[in-house]
Design a binder for this molecule. Structure first.
Ligand SMILES: O=C(O)COP(=O)(O)O
Ligand SMILES: [Mg+2]
Length: 211
């Protein structure tokens, strides 16, 4: 048994790639740059906004000196419209309901502002007692510190971390926390090559992995 469950957000609880793709292409349009394909932007998600924009700059040839400005403009736009195209994966709400007797936390690389805006948009503001975002600390996943902070804030007992990506697998490994790996998110590495306690393809199967 565990005392709490901590979740990643993008690619784990919600398919947010359509909004992130649209936000990136709005930014590029304002720069007079051709849009990037959906699959390209989706593959850039997981390391937080600074990593996303670094990858966008590398893919488009925009000057690296624009990085800070592009990050703040992306975050401002995203916080303003965090969820128009974003949907929870099938079965997520039922799974969160099934686990609602446990403290639930979020450890995401999405900055806190857009994270809280997206939770409000989804009607999920009350679901998570702890939220650690990509700008809560000076470091982000795969540094283990954000997950360690979430565990400390949720009470410090044995926890499970639920995530979708290479970043989550490395974070869990470095924090010494067992990972439940959702196979349907933004991972590009085969499931078998990522350290995890258990993997699941459908959220309806997830609560049984906690109990
Ligand atoms: O915003 C990102 O790049 C990733 O966010 P996540 O940590 O919730 O997957
Ligand atoms: Mg993720």
């Amino acid at each position: 048994m565990v005392d709490a469950v901590i979740f990643d957000l993008d690619g784990t609880l919600v398919d947010s790639a359509p909004d992130i793709h649209s936000g990136v292409n709005e930014l590029l349009a304002a720069e007079g740059v051709a849009p990037l394909a959906f699959a390209t932007v989706r593959s850039f998600i997981g390391g937080g906004v600074a990593v996303l924009i670094t990858r966008v700059i590398a893919a488009t040839g925009l000057p690296a000196t624009r990085h800070a400005d592009l990050c703040s403009r992306f975050i401002a736009r995203y916080e303003h419209d965090p969820g128009g195209l974003t949907r929870p994966y099938d079965g997520v709400e039922a799974a969160l309901d099934a686990l609602a007797d446990l403290p639930l936390g979020l450890c995401t690389n999405k900055p806190e502002g857009p994270t809280r805006a997206l939770l409000a948009h989804l009607g999920w503001s009350g679901r998570f007692s702890v939220i650690v975002g990509g700008d809560t600390l000076a470091v982000r996943k795969p540094d283990p510190a954000p997950l360690a902070l979430a565990i400390q804030q949720i009470g410090g007992g044995p926890v499970l971390f639920v995530g979708d990506s290479e970043v989550d697998a490395e974070t869990a490994h470095r924090a010494g926390v067992p990972l439940l790996l959702f196979s349907g998110g933004y991972r590009s590495t085969p499931v078998a090559d990522l350290a995890h306690r258990a993997a699941f393809d459908h959220w309806q199967d997830m609560p049984a992995l906690v109990r």
